[in-house]
Write a protein that binds this ligand. Structure first.
Ligand code: MG
Ligand code: MG
Length: 583
């Protein structure tokens, strides 16, 4: 489709310092009856001409899927021997790759046997992690292939899906580390042969196609660095990364607002039982606390927060993660090509190391939480005995669907977070994909929500916020009924849940009458997971942008996914009518 010649393409690559390491794919070659067989050799000669113009010497032939093709390992080997003769005359090479859905050859071990019997120096094998790992073939046998017979190695990961392997490969491949396949084990087997050729990322993915090329390129590099680090000694060409920072939880959440909105937000926090515990020594910044929760309201005109406010409006501009070593976290993040951020600080003030996170917000690494409050803030007296909330339970970030894999790799690459199974949640006007990340101690939970439908609340948030960002922060407590009662006494009001919901909960769980009445009166949502119980309640949206959730967990590890559709419908009813999309 390019409006120039193959020679131009080759030159453009060389001008960029790139080498074209393979031409692909050449399909439906081996095992054909005449006259298709002769036609295939003629077709191959034409592609050899093309390769000459591109200046590449390796052609990838993937295993035949044509219904006309004939089986037989020796027949295929004979075809490759003849192709090898023709390739050798032009100093070209041909690599054979088993497609997982090949008609006669779908296993790399059979492809290797064909290459072995072709017995020609211009014929080798091409290994692709997806085609070996998706059908769960063992990778041990790779180790017995001589390195000089492996012409190219292609890498891809993929999430575990109950999908036919062809659709799975064409739409859901992803970078190593973003999926569930044991790619590192595959590469280890490849390296055991002594192979030292290129590792090619071969990804077909709808999100990547829709997303930003720069982001995808950065993610590809990040993925390879992580893979190399995971292989450790086997690769040993780069200095090891710092180990993943041990996270302890959320140190603080910072909101960027205008002066007018600051008092509105402060009033809301007050109704939720937060206390104003500090004012910044030199900036227009307030600290609000409750239990172990620390919130910052920032309306300093000359600050990162202000520029974030100008771009996105009121919302979360930074999250601080409490880690065991902020220095090590920064070193690892930098090695993984995260963008570091420095902000001018006043004399004697603390500079907290930071990187760019979701939607241009900041991710701070806080070590020894507490120091920053003493150094930078004037302490205000308040009475902590009324605190009902304890900590930040989770932070939920909305992003376009095509950014989800990128932020997944960002969080799991830098921090000690693991993926929970991805969920699909029904918004009244489309589907939202939800991916929770959690550390081993369950003290840090981040939820990534992505939607490709344009009118879901998640998508509307992104549209109206001018990009990805925090859509809600959930606080934990030990007794949600008394916490909510105290908040209501302070004038707090919560998202209205339809009565039908409670009829359903009553029918489903047989809770006692008093509990049922309390849930219904207070608009508290309920879920159960085995013996575990979960209670959650939502504030109205602040400025139609973000909201707070209060949860009580009793041996429960999820996020109330069963209630998400009810909550989203209630929020959609309360939200402003959908504006015409900005052009
Ligand atoms: Mg491939
Ligand atoms: Mg939540």
């Amino acid at each position: 489709s390019f409006n120039g010649s193959p020679r131009d393409v080759g030159q453009m690559c060389r001008d960029l310092g790139l080498t074209i390491c393979a031409f692909q794919p050449f399909r439906d070659f081996e095992g054909m009856p005449e006259p298709q067989r002769a036609r295939n050799f003629a077709r191959a000669e034409r592609k050899f001409d093309l390769m000459g113009e591109l200046q590449t010497d390796l052609m990838l032939v993937c295993s035949n899927i044509s219904p006309a093709s004939l089986g037989g390992i020796d027949r295929a080997a004979a075809d490759f021997r003849e192709l090898g003769e023709r390739a050798a005359m032009r100093a070209l090479r041909v690599g054979y790759e088993a497609l997982a859905w090949g008609l006669h050859v779908n296993d790399y071990r059979d492809a290797w046997e064909i290459v072995r019997r072709a017995d020609h120096r211009s014929i080798g094998i091409i290994l692709d992690s997806f085609h070996a790992l998706a059908p769960s073939f063992p990778t041990m046998a790779i180790q017995s292939i001589p390195a000089d017979r492996i012409f190219l190695v292609q890498l891809a990961d993929a999430p575990k899906l109950g999908l036919d392997v062809l659709s799975w490969s064409r739409h859901f491949r992803c970078f190593p580390g973003q999926g569930d396949l044991p790619v590192a084990g595959f590469v280890e087997a490849v390296l055991a042969t002594g192979y030292s050729g290129p590792l090619s990322l071969e990804i077909f993915n709808d999100q990547f196609r829709a997303g930003s090329a720069v982001r995808t390129a950065t993610d590809g590099l990040r993925s390879l660095i992580l893979l190399e680090d995971q292989l450790g000694k086997a690769a040993a060409q780069v200095p090891a990364l710092q180990p993943r920072a041990s996270s302890r939880g959320v140190g603080f959440v910072e909101f960027a607002v205008s002066e007018a909105k600051a008092s509105e937000l402060a009033a809301l926090l007050g109704r939720l039982g937060f206390r104003r515990t500090g004012t910044h020594r030199s900036k227009d910044v307030e600290r609000w606390s409750q239990g172990h929760i620390e919130l910052v309201i920032n309306c300093e005109p000359d600050s990162f927060a202000h520029s974030h406010y100008l771009t996105h409006g009121a919302g979360v501009c930074a999250i601080a993660i409490d880690v065991d070593s902020a220095g090590a976290a920064m070193t690892r993040a930098e090695a993984l090509k995260a963008h570091t951020f420095h902000q001018p600080v006043g004399p004697g003030e603390l500079e907290i190391p930071a990187i760019r996170g979701v939607g241009g917000s900041l991710l701070y690494f806080l070590e020894g939480a507490g120091k920053n409050w003493d150094v930078d803030f004037e302490q205000l007296d308040s009475d902590a005995s009324t605190d009902r909330l304890d900590g930040v339970d989770h932070i939920s970030q909305s992003m376009p669907y095509d950014e989800m894999l990128s932020w997944l790799l960002f969080y799991t690459g830098i921090l000690d977070l693991k993926r929970l199974p991805q969920m699909e949640i029904a918004d009244p006007v489309g589907l939202v994909q939800s991916q929770a990340l959690i550390n081993a101690g369950e003290s840090l939970r981040v939820v990534l929500n992505g939607s490709s439908a344009t009118r879901t609340l998640s998508a509307r948030f992104i549209h109206e916020f001018f990009g990805s960002g925090v859509q809600h922060v959930a606080f934990s407590c030990n007794d949600i009924l008394s916490a909510v009662a105290a908040m209501r006494a302070r004038g707090a009001d919560f998202l209205k849940i339809p009565d039908n919901y409670y009829d359903d909960i009553e029918a489903k769980y047989g809770l006692d009458d008093a509990t049922m009445a309390a849930l219904r009166q207070n608009q508290i949502l309920y879920d159960r997971e085995g013996e575990g119980e979960f209670f959650q309640i939502y504030t109205h949206a602040f400025d139609d942008r973000f909201f707070f959730e209060i949860v009580e967990r009793r041996n429960y590890h999820g996020f109330g996914a069963a209630n998400a559709a009810i909550r989203l419908a209630a929020q959609t009813r309360e939200s402003r009518p959908l504006a015409m999309p900005r052009s």
